[in-house]
Design a protein around this ligand. Structure first.
Ligand SMILES: C[S@@+](CC[C@H](N)C(=O)[O-])C[C@H]1O[C@@H](n2cnc3c(N)ncnc32)[C@H](O)[C@@H]1O
Length: 259
């Protein structure tokens, strides 16, 4: 029987994640373990005519892993919560979809991402989107107030995914939906990878085994309506690529409905 000896240091992880995404906000042209920016967004399937309608600064700092907006099917007048909103790219696209009678709230824990998204929204005169400081595991929104929760490349970064899905269920009205893109793995990751805060912050170390990921969503009271792989997404550094090949780390998009 193997005995677990290593543990992820969650406060070190939070600092590393904040540091990494502070750089994504402030210096998006730098090289990371993952791709960022407009070319990535277009490859993942975001229509360029939609990208043309939102602030360019949000697209340059885009660090998502898939496109789920077709699954989300956001309608005019809806309330949308974007968990881990980063510099606001998906929040801004959602703001176009909900229109003047709807509302979008983006939540993130990294101050520089929040400041950038808030500045871009102000500069663009977008009054139906706001960004709040908070955590995925307890977002600052009223229970049952949201029609659709969206999230891109973020849940893998949480050390407590069941708490994230429970928080999503609380935020949604009955019948509300969760549409996301995220990173999962074919195999359970070994401790050498999952306890490495640097690989975790790069969206690899925190990848949950995909069947466990589905089960965690279902355990929070959701029915999964659709789950697909995003073969267009890949990691860029050798270190990241080795781990992804070996353990089948992949990007997926899914739609789930709250019962
Ligand atoms: C990979 S980036 C994705 C950002 C954005 N969704 C996008 O597509 O560009 C992850 C974001 O999630 C935020 N984040 C990670 N863990 C978080 C947590 N537990 N609570 C709140 N925000 C978190 C980070 O600050 C970062 O902005």
């Amino acid at each position: 029987m193997s005995t677990s000896t290593r543990q992820l240091d969650t406060s070190e992880l939070e600092q590393r994640v904040k540091h990494m995404y502070q750089e994504v906000a402030l210096e998006p042209e730098r090289e990371f373990h993952f791709e960022t920016g407009r070319a990535l967004a277009e490859r993942l399937g975001y229509p360029s005519q939609d990208l043309d309608r939102i602030p360019a600064g949000a697209i340059e700092s885009f660090a998502g892993v898939g496109c789920f907006l077709d699954l989300a099917a956001i309608a005019p007048g809806e309330t949308v919560l974007d968990l881990g909103s980063g510099s606001g790219r998906d929040s801004f696209l959602a703001a176009l979809a909900v229109g003047p009678d709807g509302k979008v709230v983006g939540v993130d824990m990294t101050d520089e991402q929040l400041a950038k998204a808030t500045r871009l929204a102000g500069d663009a005169g977008l009054g139906n989107v706001e960004f709040r400081s908070g955590y995925l595991e307890g977002p600052p929104v009223e229970d049952g107030s949201v029609d659709c929760v969206i999230s891109n490349g973020v849940v893998n970064l949480s050390p407590d995914k069941p708490a994230v899905f429970a928080a999503v269920a609380r935020a949604l009205r009955p019948g509300g939906r969760l549409a996301l893109s995220d990173i999962v793995s074919a195999e359970q990751l070994p401790e050498g990878v999952s306890c490495d805060a640097s690989l975790w912050a790069a969206c690899i170390g925190g990848a949950m085994q995909r069947d466990r990921y589905r089960e965690a969503i279902e355990a929070a009271g959701f029915e999964i309506a659709s789950m697909r792989e995003n073969p267009e997404y890949h990691f860029v550094s050798d270190r990241a690529d080795n781990a992804t090949q070996k353990y089948g780390v992949k990007s997926i998009s899914l739609l789930a409905r709250r019962g």
